[in-house]
Ligand binder design. Structure first.
Ligand SMILES: Cc1ncc(COP(=O)(O)O)c(C=O)c1O
Length: 409
């Protein structure tokens, strides 16, 4: 959907609403009626625990009755906050208290709350380039100057972040927030290495700024070792705010996420919420289900998504072997990031992907300040493995048909 300008209220829009006005709303999906849905990071519908959720809902209603259907704790249902603490203990050995958590309408909303609390129009913030397009839309609405920091195989290039911070300091300015997706980065896939995690936390202290750690996929690790979060490395000293979600480990339809932050900071976010807490009913359903099934359900999802990733990579490499395409192999999460072979005609690729009915997201959606034309992102999360394989082959053929790649074979 695109907004158009000639409407009488435009003059009355707030300055924040004007940022991005007239541009696209949400991330664009170039292929209509796709047969292979590799566009958004949608969780696997076949894994939704329908029966167990029905059972948990009935059990919850019996136990909580009217509590579930009236206004709730403004910081969010305490049972869910306790469960999130349990989750951090279980997967990471991280000890936090329910007072450190505020429940939000998905982690996208959590990130928005953090930005609203700390970012004014014109402030400088640092973001990975590429980064998650959804957050970029939210960031734009807050009107900061976004300074790019590149990403390589070890995640955000911290030496470049330092250069940015030093340049700001020379100008007498200060970075408000460093936004990073440290696990299985969306879209490029890398996980921030331990050395860089430590360095980033040091940078936040040295340059008196905050890190906004977006960890939507951390539990969905297919291989390799879990690394301590930035929040854990900071020891809760107040330099790191961390966003989490049930979207990827249970269902995005719950629209439940949270911020983990020092207790003293929570009121800064709560001030942007209407009273009554976020979704007391959905919070209880999720909590009752996850209390019994968190570990086993995540273990199942790890198997499910690993199989999909492998199927997609197999399909891509069977066709693109021998070309100079670069294809990520994420250790977890939902996405494959492809650097297209040199000379790929992206307009032609779009045509061919449409003909093949394969949805994808073009690279430019992920760059705060332009660029990314030579990249695409494919999400393997939604389709079953057979379709990940078939669709990946079709997409790879479309890539071959869009440029010089064929000549290399
Ligand atoms: C990196 C990242 N952060 C945040 C989100 C937002 O997720 P939700 O609002 O469903 O929790 C997503 C969703 O795709 C994501 O990939």
């Amino acid at each position: 959907m695109t907004n158009t300008l000639p409407t009488p209220f435009v003059d009355l829009l707030s300055s924040r609403a004007r940022f991005g006005w007239g541009g696209p709303v949400g991330t664009q999906r170039p292929v209509t009626n796709a047969r292979y849905e590799f566009g958004g990071g949608f969780p696997d519908p076949a894994s939704f625990p329908y029966d167990a959720l029905a059972e948990a809902t009935a059990r919850m209603l019996k136990a909580e009755g009217a509590q579930a259907l009236t206004y709730g704790d403004p910081q969010g249902y305490r049972g869910l906050r306790e469960l999130v603490c349990h989750k951090y203990g279980l997967f990471e050995g991280l000890k936090v208290e329910p007072e450190n958590i505020i429940v939000s309408n998905g982690s996208g909303h959590a990130l928005s709350l953090a930005l609203s609390a700390f970012v004014d129009v014109g402030d400088a913030i640092l973001s990975e380039a590429p980064t998650f397009s959804g957050t970029l839309n939210t960031i734009r609405r807050h009107g900061p100057q976004v300074l790019d920091v590149p990403v390589d195989g070890e995640g955000m290039v911290t030496s470049r972040a330092r250069q940015r911070l030093e340049a700001l300091r020379r100008e007498g300015r200060r970075c408000k927030v460093i936004y990073t997706i440290d696990n299985f980065q969306n879209p490029a896939g890398p996980t921030l290495s331990l050395g860089r995690r430590k360095e980033l936390v040091e940078l936040a202290h040295e340059f008196d700024t905050l890190i906004l750690e977006d960890d939507a996929y951390g539990e969905l690790r297919f291989e390799g070792e879990h690394l301590p979060s930035l929040y854990a490395l900071d020891g809760g000293s107040g330099r790191v705010i961390r966003a989490g979600t049930v979207s990827k480990i249970l269902g995005a339809g719950f629209r439940l996420g949270w911020l983990l932050a020092p207790k003293e900071m929570i009121p800064a976010f709560q001030g942007f919420l209407f009273g009554g807490g976020v979704s007391p009913f959905a919070s209880r359903v999720a909590t009752y289900y996850l209390r019994d099934h968190l570990e086993s359900h995540v273990a199942l999802l790890v198997e499910v998504y690993r199989a999909k990733r492998d199927a997609m990579l197999r399909g891509l490499w069977e066709v693109l072997e021998g070309t100079d395409a670069e294809i990520s192999k994420p250790e977890g999460g939902f996405f494959v990031w492809i650097k297209l072979p040199a000379g790929t005609d992206t307009a032609r690729l779009l045509d061919l992907a449409r003909q093949a009915e394969v949805q994808f997201t073009p690279g430019p959606a992920f760059f705060p300040n332009g660029g990314g034309e030579g990249f695409i992102r494919l999400a393997y999360s939604y389709e079953p493995p057979e379709k990940c394989y078939e669709g990946a082959r079709l997409m790879a053929r479309a890539i071959m048909g869009s440029g010089l790649a064929l000549r290399h074979r």
